[in-house]
Design a protein around this ligand. Structure first.
Ligand code: CP
Ligand code: NVA
Length: 317
């Protein structure tokens, strides 16, 4: 892992896109986390950092955390954010992504987009002259994992030697966790039902990152085996946005992948429970676990604000 000098918080993010954690070094991620901690501890010191800067936020799916934390973050940094629902843009009436990118680039300083296919974000970034941030695609959710890493660092004090176990669908959150955790030297195990494992290209990228940091990546089908010795247990919804028509089928397929008191018996005594939220209590996790003493899900959600402020500051500085 790249070492960071004590006082120099340097990332190479200025003017760059933030589409996937795979595009950025462990050193850049460390620098972002360090900046996020500074901003969390002394927000008043950064209140005019992005004065006059405007972030456009395109949403093709619903959001609570991403929308509000990005908007609040821009305001707290002295800038401004525009909520752009795709149904209210000409994008919703067939204007192309390329044309949208070229036009918005002349009005605002950066775009955050939440959409379906990852190729839409890549196309937007290709045609835009301004930085583009991935606020969730069907493939990945990198801003979420920055917050997850900050939360792990705050609670556990380290990354090295930890075992993170993700239980459930091999989805966008699982993909970003695989990349982010393996880059930071955390061992990652994903347990999914057969046919719902993470994307094999993402697993290969995570394995390559793990081989550099000396960590391990395992993809299993048995949640009880996966959770043995876990320091962190992570879960997400069984049905992601855009998969609603599969919900009944998924309730059946994932029924043995609930994080509950019986499953966590195999984890370490001081395991940490994380969930990106929104959660469905009684499906992927029981209320006892998500509302219990091991859970840090609200600290985790709160950290979205701080890591994204750091990201915006580094990209727009
Ligand atoms: N975790 C997350 O991205 O939440 P929202 O869907 O509410 O933005
Ligand atoms: N996997 C979930 C994450 C929500 C933040 C989804 O895509 O709906």
């Amino acid at each position: 892992m790249m070492s960071i000098q004590a006082n120099a918080i340097k990332s190479d993010l200025k003017g760059k896109d933030f589409l996937s954690l795979a595009d950025h070094s462990a050193g850049t991620i460390e620098a972002l986390l360090k900046k996020a901690k500074q901003m969390k501890n002394a927000p008043e010191q950064f209140s005019s950092l992005l004065k006059g800067k405007i972030l456009g936020m395109i949403f093709e799916k619903p959001s609570t955390r991403t929308r509000v934390s990005f908007e609040a973050g821009m305001l707290q940094l002295g800038g401004h954010a525009l909520y752009l629902n795709s149904n209210d843009l000409q994008l919703g009436r067939g204007e192309t992504i390329a044309d949208t990118a070229k036009v918005l680039s002349q009005y605002i300083d950066a775009i955050m987009i939440r959409t379906f296919s990852h190729s839409i974000v890549e196309e937007l970034a290709y045609h835009a002259d301004i930085p583009v941030i991935n606020g969730l695609t069907d493939l990945s959710h990198p801003c979420q994992v920055l917050a997850d890493l900050l939360t792990i660092q705050e609670v556990k004090g380290t990354f090295k030697g930890l075992k993170l176990v993700y239980i459930g669908d091999g989805n966008n959150v699982a993909h970003s966790l695989l990349i982010g955790a393996s880059k930071m030297g955390i061992d990652v195990t994903v347990a999914s039902p057969p046919g719902y494992e993470p994307n094999s290209e993402v697993v290969s990228l995570a394995k390559a990152a793990a081989s550099e940091t000396g960590s391990q990546v395992h993809i299993l089908n048995d949640p009880f085996e996966a959770v043995i010795g876990a320091d962190i247990i992570y879960s997400d919804v069984w049905t992601s946005m855009g998969q609603e028509q599969e919900n009944q089928q998924r309730l059946k397929v994932f029924k043995d992948f609930q994080v509950n008191e019986r499953l966590v018996k195999n984890a370490k005594d001081d395991f940490l429970f994380l969930h990106c939220l929104p959660a469905h209590r009684g499906e992927e996790v029981t209320a006892e676990i998500i509302d219990g003493s091991h859970s840090a899900v609200f600290q985790q959600a709160g950290n979205r604000l701080h890591v994204q402020k750091a990201l915006l500051a580094e990209i727009l500085k």
